[in-house]
Design a protein around this ligand. Structure first.
Ligand SMILES: O=P(O)(O)OC[C@H]1O[C@H](O)[C@H](O)[C@@H](O)[C@@H]1O
Length: 575
């Protein structure tokens, strides 16, 4: 089953109306708030635990009406229903797209589609929960010490080896859930084929208490397999040097059996590496890498935080999936945020989008979102192969507040570019520290530091929205010559997302929120958000170039002149 031709959103009346509004568009957030005392409440929405304030964005009733019409015209809701039911909306790979099935609760009450739905001959819920149960049993064994290394010691460090979706999700969630890490288990993450990565990540580790998880959907990714071999080499060398094992084949394969597990859809390749398929956790080709953190790809984190926290994490995703499925478009937060991003990207020509978590534990969230949004929606053809008729994809970037404030916010506040920004914060921090002494000025003794942190969150969105006029600058006694440099125009759009705390559920909710924002945008652009052909050429060429870098004269001679001379320079520098 494949999808039909997408609606060309640019030929709809709503698109034309939005283009007309955008022509000469001159937002005035000060005036909009002054004219409408209910603006904040009108544009504040709830999705599970997430309170989302869109009032400081460039929304008016007229714009919102047209955007919602665009969502209707392009069938966002019906395509979402098709996705969760298992239709092959990943057209170029002829695959279902079922990451939402990874978090359907086991009891199955009230599920749509109903529990036990079958896609391509497989009972999806049964398959998901069989794998989850296996991951949970493994996590319990490692946490309890029932699973030991080859010398009988319990595992203390998990090293996850993966890249892209097999790394960014697990590392982001591990960092986000650090306060939930228990059982004396720490995780490290190796991704880059730069040998420094595995060198640093294995430095100081005791091989007898280290377990490697090789996470690769395809089990064919050059970086991951190379790092897995280097890890195996490190393990064998370290265990034989210390005399923990002999160098015999049997001892070496026992060591791999006790110190390596795998997560993959390609269990035959796992076995070929020497990992017992019993110690491999499967998933399915209907889960894209960047949508896979809630599959067995998250095994390292399940071990670290425990199955109960993981269940809560999955429940968070599901709560947002249900919101996406059931909330009317006009109250549907992922849809509204996706529409808003289309408004900024396609009509107001925003070139990038900042994501600014005011939660230190979310410091890898922007990097995670870069893959989610840019690999999903960086496409030039629609899902039927026609050229797109408008810009696609958003460039996501960011750093946690307040670090970003002291680095790049200058450009957001006073630069010439439009940079819509999502501000994300929580009410209750994991570590509610107080500044006992204060600074003798604004910071009073006993100041709650998280309140201070959040004052920055509120102040930034306020400054971006409302700015500071020349008259306000002058009123501070500023010399006329520097008044222009000190004016803030305001009218910089932001979205504020506030959650009670960074619980496992809230982390799941945030991920699902952005997954469905990406879905909404992809649907409006008519693109397949679930393939990633754009990464293939570089991979092919790396293999083609490898012999040249190794000194093969014929391979070197076949390169273009720039690549050839760069490789020659590299070889010269290597000496
Ligand atoms: O999990 P793997 O099969 O090793 O793939 C790892 C990553 O590499 C690919 O090239 C894709 O760009 C990513 O979507 C994927 O997550």
């Amino acid at each position: 089953m494949t999808e039909s031709t997408p609606v060309d959103s640019t030929s709809t009346a709503a698109w034309a109306n939005l283009a007309a509004i955008a022509d000469g568009f001159s937002p005035d957030l000060r005036a909009w708030f002054a004219a409408d005392p209910s603006r904040a409440s009108r544009y504040t929405f709830q999705a599970a635990d997430l309170t989302v304030d869109l009032s400081k964005s460039f929304l008016t009733e007229e714009i919102l009406g047209e955007l919602l019409q665009l969502a209707e015209d392009t069938g966002v809701a019906s395509r979402y229903e098709a996705m969760i039911a298992g239709e092959h909306i990943n057209v170029t790979e002829d695959r279902a797209v079922l990451h939402t099935a990874l978090r359907r609760p086991k009891d199955g009450a009230g599920l749509v589609p109903p529990k036990g739905f079958v896609v391509d001959g497989e009972d999806i819920d049964a398959a998901v929960h069989a794998t989850l149960d296996k991951v949970y049993a493994f996590a319990d064994d490692v946490r309890s010490g029932a699973w030991t290394g080859v010398t009988g010691k319990r595992i203390e460090t998990i090293v996850n080896i993966g890249i892209g979706g097999s790394d960014l999700g697990p590392v982001m969630v591990y960092e986000a859930l650090k306060p939930y890490v228990q059982a004396g288990i720490q995780c490290r993450f190796v991704s880059n084929i730069d040998p420094s990565d595995i060198f640093e990540k294995t430095a100081g580790l005791d091989p007898e208490t280290t377990l490697f998880i090789v996470a690769s959907k395809t089990f064919g990714t050059l970086e991951t397999l190379t790092n897995a071999r280097l890890a195996r080499q490190w393990l064998w060398n370290a265990l034989t040097e210390s005399g923990a094992i002999s160098g015999s084949e049997d001892d070496r394969s026992n060591a791999v059996a006790k110190h390596f597990v795998a997560v993959s859809t390609a269990l035959d390749k796992v076995a070929a590496f020497g990992i017992d398929p019993q110690n491999a956790f499967g998933f399915w080709d209907w889960v894209g890498g960047r949508y896979s953190v809630d599959s067995a790809i998250g095994t390292a984190v399940v071990v670290a935080v425990g199955p109960d926290n993981w269940r809560e994490f999955l429940a968070g995703f599901h709560a947002i999936d249900e919101h996406m499925r059931t909330a009317p478009l006009a109250e549907n937060v992922p849809v509204l945020m996706g529409l808003l991003n289309v408004w900024y990207t396609n009509f107001l020509k925003a070139q990038s989008h900042a994501v600014l978590p005011y939660v230190q534990y979310l410091h890898r969230f922007p990097a995670y979102l870069q893959q989610l949004t840019m690999e999903s929606n960086g496409k030039s053809v629609t899902w039927d192969g026609s050229p797109v008729t408008t810009d696609t994809g958003e460039i996501f970037w960011g750093e946690p507040g307040t670090n970003g404030q002291h680095a790049f916010y200058q450009l957001i506040h006073q630069g010439t570019r439009l940079i819509p920004a999502d501000f994300i914060a929580i009410a209750n921090p994991a570590h509610p520290l107080k500044d006992e002494t204060g600074d003798g000025n604004a910071v009073k003794p006993g100041q709650d530091v998280h309140d201070l942190f959040m004052a920055n969150f509120f102040a930034q969105t306020k400054a971006l929205a409302f700015g500071k006029t020349a008259d306000e600058v002058r009123a501070e006694g500023t010399a006329e010559s520097v008044v222009p440099a000190r004016v803030f125009t305001g009218n910089k759009p932001t979205t504020s997302i506030l959650a009670p705390a960074l619980t496992p559920s809230v982390v799941g909710q945030l991920i699902a929120l952005y997954e469905h924002i990406v879905f909404t945008e992809g649907t409006i652009w008519g693109i397949d958000s679930f393939d990633q052909w754009g990464v293939e050429l570089g991979k092919q060429l790396a293999l083609q170039v490898t012999p040249a870098v190794g000194g093969d004269a014929a391979a070197l001679g076949s390169q273009d002149s720039s690549t050839k001379s760069l490789i020659e320079k590299y070889l010269e520098l290597r000496g």
